[in-house]
Design a protein around this ligand. Structure first.
Ligand code: DAH
Length: 344
């Protein structure tokens, strides 16, 4: 019995001194294989316990276990040492060169429609207008009735509508219902506001028309607001948008919510008025509808039309942005294709 113990004890110092010399992970693995592996003295000693007497077994077993534990402990210590040393070696040999150029980070861009919107905000902001938001899901009343289009009014046919399943609730076909909301909020104060936002129509999808597009509504209400002021404001807007020399014209038109009504054209910004495919060889491009707010609309907004007057305008920005940047298909705007967006 003491033979086994002696053998083990005899081997212990050489095992430990072999461990002492080790400097790498690979050597560590070899050492472990030799001194703690299946065929090591220690493990074999465990195997031979069966041949001992009942009395000897616990004594020798305990001694073998102690040797094993001592070797394992020394091994773990050494392993930590080697790992630490290797790490330090790595850190000094692979120093980070902070002067190397970094990986480029892609910068996002502002969507072309939002760029146009921001320009419009600035121009109207400079003229003292406030920006309002109003709901994209509207009631039939706000979208039509309060804008002087009672149910069954034929003018409703000018706007192909998307209805929700809820009776009388629809996706707004224009930003004009926002006029009523601003008026009801501000009455009896005077108003100078623009209302930008998405509008939806039941349209055939083509390169020139989408189900969703963006409009900006303009509304001015006050005592003694005149058509001349409307003209001046919109002309100023057009000049600030298309350039000092941009020529514009007002054409008589019809909208149920304005009286009188007009449409404003600007000289084609692609061909300069000479005639091209963008302006369909007319030299002019329509940019907005406008007019004096109809008395019925003022009334629905809470204003007495005997005392107050106002003007309104509405412009779609998708199409003019298409023309301006010569974009061939309106559907690019909402496709989220980075190759398109990166060009602006
Ligand atoms: N809401 C009209 C449309 O979507 C545009 C419009 C025309 C708005 C004249 C107005 C206006 O405020 O006065 O076609």
């Amino acid at each position: 019995m003491s033979e086994i113990i002696d053998k083990l004890e005899g081997e212990k110092p050489s095992a430990l001194s072999a461990l002492e010399m080790i400097t790498s992970q690979i050597e560590l693995e070899d050492w472990k294989q030799t001194y703690l592996g299946k065929n090591s003295q220690v493990m074999r000693a465990f195997g031979s316990l069966g041949s001992l007497t009942k009395e000897e077994r616990p004594v020798v077993g305990k001694a073998v276990n102690e040797v094993k534990k001592a070797l394992e402990f020394a091994f773990t210590e050494k392993q930590n040492q080697v790992q630490q040393a290797e790490l330090e070696q790595q850190l000094t040999s692979q120093k980070l060169d902070v002067t190397l150029p970094g990986k480029p980070v892609d910068h996002g861009r502002i969507h072309p429609l939002n760029q146009v919107l921001r320009r419009i905000y600035r121009i109207f902001g400079d003229m003292g207008f406030q920006i309002y938001r109003s709901p994209e899901v509207e009631t039939d009343d706000f979208n039509f009735t309060y804008l002087n289009m009672p149910p069954y009014h034929p003018a409703r046919d000018m706007w192909d509508t998307l209805y929700t399943k809820k009776e009388g609730v629809l996706l707004r076909t224009h930003t004009s219902p926002g006029q009523i909301r601003v008026m009801r909020e501000r009455c009896p104060e005077e108003i100078r506001a623009i209302l930008p936002g998405a509008t939806m129509r039941y349209e055939q999808l083509t390169a020139r028309s989408e189900i969703e597009f963006i409009q900006v509504e303009v509304l001015v209400v006050g005592k003694g607001v005149t058509f001349a002021e409307m003209k001046g404001t919109l002309l100023d807007f057009a000049r600030r948008t298309f350039g000092e020399d941009a020529r514009t014209r007002l054409r008589a038109s019809h909208f149920p919510f304005t009286e009188p009504s007009a449409e404003m054209d600007v000289e084609c910004f692609v061909c300069g008025g000479k005639g091209c495919s963008v302006c369909k060889y007319t030299g002019w491009v329509e940019i907005l509808g406008c007019g004096m707010v109809h008395p019925v609309v003022l009334q629905y907004g809470g204003y007495d039309p005997q005392v107050y007057s106002g003007f309104a305008a509405g412009m779609g920005i998708d199409r003019s942005t298409l023309m301006r940047y010569r974009i061939d298909d309106i559907r690019h705007f909402r496709n989220n294709d980075i190759r398109f967006l990166e060009q602006f």
